[in-house]
Design a protein around this ligand. Structure first.
Ligand code: DX5
Ligand code: ZN
Length: 224
């Protein structure tokens, strides 16, 4: 198994057939289900709550990666943990107490991560690396699928990779580096070269009739 993970965003799936879509995309070779939660407050769109997470849970044993684009953050964390989430990430600007929110996610038995908008600095990581299992870099402004990749995020990915490698060398603990927004088979190799290991892709996968062909193509690009 390679160290790269493909995480289709079901935001771009057919919501009327969500369970089936989850099953099909994992059967097509995906590793993780990326689950976008938007609240029409922190971000300008409204998507899925914990009931949707609970509804898709029986359709796969793959990890469900819940990306919270909500404010406030804390009161929805236990509900997603109970609904079967494996990883929960949130935006530091949306939490009053970042350390507390990370602690809450861990207390509920999930892996935790911080999400950085394109213009959000990485310094939020400074004192919480021990509580983080994943860093998620937004390569679009959050709120909608189908936007174009912002190339400036590649430099940030390199910076995040340097931080992770230094931390792992010191502690032996692994932290995943995920990217979200505008990822496709045409840019995935360049993004991987910047140090990213986990790739969210919504429209690039669900916008095509054959998920396996796209995922195979992405993996092929990652081996180049
Ligand atoms: C944006 C979401 C993304 C989005 C990715 O706010 O967090 O996960 O659905 O979609 P694509 O791959 O279409 O840019
Ligand atoms: Zn997302």
């Amino acid at each position: 198994m390679s160290n790269f993970r493909i995480a289709p965003s079901i935001l771009a799936a057919d919501f009327a057939r969500l369970g089936e879509e989850v099953k099909n995309v994992i059967a097509a070779g995906a590793d993780i289900i990326h689950f976008d939660v938007m609240d029409n407050h922190y971000v300008p769109n409204l998507t899925m709550g914990p009931m949707f997470c609970e509804a898709i849970r029986p359709y796969t044993t793959a990890p469900i990666d819940v990306h919270l684009m909500v404010k406030p953050v804390d009161r929805i964390i236990p509900d997603f943990a109970k609904a079967g989430a494996n990883i929960i990430t949130f935006h530091p600007e949306a939490s009053e107490h970042i350390d507390r929110s990370l602690g809450l996610i861990k207390e509920h038995g999930c892996k935790a991560g911080l999400v950085f908008n394109p213009a959000t600095p990485l310094h939020y990581l400074d004192y919480v690396m021990d509580k983080i299992d994943m860093i998620l870099l937004m390569s679009v402004n959050p709120g909608y699928g189908g936007q174009s990749f912002i190339p400036g995020v590649l430099a940030k990915a390199k910076e995040a990779r340097t931080r992770i490698d230094a931390y792992t060398a010191r502690t032996g603990r692994e932290i995943w580096l995920e990217i979200d927004g505008g990822v496709n088979a045409g840019n995935i190799a360049e993004i991987a070269a910047a140090g990213v290991d986990t790739f969210v892709a919504g429209s690039a996968i669900f916008g095509k009739p054959d998920y396996k062909t796209v995922i195979d193509q992405m993996r092929l690009e990652l081996t180049r």
